[in-house]
Design a protein around this ligand. Sequence first.
Ligand SMILES: Cc1ncc(COP(=O)(O)O)c(C=O)c1O
Length: 373
Amino acid sequence: MKKLVGEHIQTLKPYVPGKPLEELQRELGVDDPIKLASNENPLGPSPRAVEAMGAVLKSNHFYPDGASYRMREAIAEAHGVSREEVLTGNGSNEVLTMAVRTFCRSGSDVALMPEYSFAAYGIVSQAQDVEVRKVPVKEGFVNDLDGLLDAVDERTKIVFLANPNNPTGTSVSGTDLRRFLERLPDDVVALVDEAYHEYVRAEAYESALEMRDAHERLIVTRTFSKVYGLAGVRAGYGIAPAEMVGFMDRIREPFNSNMMAQVCVPAALSDREFIERSVTVNEEGRRALEEGLAGLADRGVSWTPSETNFLLVKLPVEARPVYDAMLRLGVIVRPMAGYGLPEHLRISLAEAVHMERCLGALERALDQVEGGR
Ligand SMILES: Cc1ncc(COP(=O)(O)O)c(C=O)c1O
């Protein structure tokens, strides 16, 4: 196969998702496990979206609208942009892929990303034989925008920036982001990923959608997988100048947004009450988890303040055995060794009662791991 498969595919490490509940039940026979591993909405989907999907179940023998007309229209309306400035994807992940495939040349171009950021940026770039360069972060896991600018050279074609960032949960200010976008060379695409936008509390934060005048080649992505509770539907989008959308649209898979996604997105966007409730539950979860973690500070546990629906938690020991012990207690979190953070776990926020259960499991797991040393 060496002759057949390019070096960039041979060395590609595939994405490792959070462990599904069903898999844990199958492997360990754990009753009533909880999943806090993939930053999903603990409340489930927006009820309006569920209703909309129910109404088209019997129409699934038809292909969906290849142009996703209503879905794009609803997104465009929500943001006050034109339909031609909206590109929908099979999850926002697919928008990342389409951006790299459209704007980067295989074998010569470079993609930049912060050191501890969403793994998909590296994967979709390497899959297209685009070299990935990672830029170190600042103190407290804050993304270094000046560092990213300094790393730009004539081969750089795209810069990925998640704001707020996964897996660190940190954000950059609107002022800093605008300055970054203004200084980025005109021929470099800025992809600002706002998957966790709705959870942000920091006053200094501003969406890049307010800065479309600052950089012509700007793509802002959002997703329905987080606060809208629709990760299973695979629906996301990018907003960019119509000319850029037009080119990305050329390489888009036919029918990439499925029928469920197309009908539930307008409904989910209109369900403001559900979004507010989801954010409230997230804040309750944050308080419960932070309080519990503060109680473990004397054992060497700490966390990074987060603007998202998860916390990056640092342990006094290697995280993998703690993660394994928590699995046996029916709690799925996410080990971060694959991100270069072997002593960290990422824990999704959920209802306070689930946070209590997670804290109990974490404490017992630490006892087991530290006791066994
Ligand atoms: C920063 C970031 N962007 C994008 C995604 C992927 O979202 P989607 O489900 O829309 O593909 C995630 C999912 O965890 C994420 O953390």
